[in-house]
Design a protein around this ligand. Structure first.
Ligand SMILES: [Ca+2]
Length: 247
């Protein structure tokens, strides 16, 4: 009797181990499947040089995978002197500036696997430092803000629709990494998408900084995920049945 219990216990332990291994395997593959969609969302990878189009005397290491524009700089915690200017690793994207109506940031296109009717989500983190908050010298109209945008384009790269996450203002919290996310459905004719992070100022001599880090793009659940979840569900049903028989 005790021996049978012991064997059943071992069997249950093995099943639990395999079930956990399956969960780890699926989570790992899911991470690969989703992260592969966006390159260098952590801004840790640098290569070549970016000449600041708003200030040509400023030349910094370019962020791999991103098209930078204006005051959108890949920057390290050493350069900012702020250990928290990167959420993870040592680098983030710093967006800052005071040019009226001009966005300062970086964008990246995904040209494969985009088709009408799909739902895509972009998520990431943004931080406004109290040492250089987004503000206006004269608080006229809206204050400068950070923006996370998901845009859809046709096969020729012409933008046909876009979705913005809620604008990020200093009032949303300083010195803290704010979670930002936007979801959009690809319209008819969509063949590509673009992830865009930026700072925009308008009236009253805007100024300040916003950092972005750890951006990810998540397509709607793929066939792979559905198959994976089915496999996991089947495994759990098998485990429950097995446990019932051995209890
Ligand atoms: Ca980073």
């Amino acid at each position: 009797m005790n021996q049978a219990r012991s064997l059943n216990g071992r069997g249950t332990a093995v099943i639990r181990f395999l079930e956990r291994a399956a969960v780890v395997w699926i989570v790992s593959l899911t991470a690969i499947a989703t992260d592969a969609q966006l390159l260098n969302g952590s801004f840790e990878l640098g290569y070549g040089l970016y000449t600041n189009t708003s200030n040509p005397s400023s030349v910094t290491t370019a962020a791999v995978g991103w098209v930078q524009y204006g005051n959108g700089l890949r920057i390290s915690t050493n350069e900012t002197g702020d250990a928290n200017s990167a959420r993870t690793g040592a680098f983030s994207l710093q967006c800052f500036g005071s040019n009226f109506g001009q966005s300062e940031g970086a964008c990246q296109e995904i040209a494969d696997g985009v088709s009408p009717g799909q739902t895509w989500t972009i998520s990431g983190y943004a931080r406004i430092p109290s040492s250089d908050p987004l503000t206006n010298a004269s608080p006229i109209g809206m204050q400068p803000f950070g923006c996370l945008r998901l845009a859809f384009m046709d096969t020729n790269g012409a933008e046909i629709d876009y979705f913005d996450a809620p604008d990020i203002y200093s009032a949303d919290g300083l010195d803290t990494w704010l979670s930002v996310s936007v979801t959009g459905t690809a319209p008819a004719g969509a063949a590509r998408l673009k992830v865009d992070v930026m700072e925009i100022g308008f009236f009253g001599n805007p100024s300040g900084t916003i950092y972005f880090d750890d951006l990810t793009v998540i397509p709607e659940p793929s066939t792979f995920l559905l198959v994976s979840m089915s496999l996991l569900g089947g495994f759990r049903m098998y485990s429950r049945r097995k446990n019932r028989h051995t209890d």
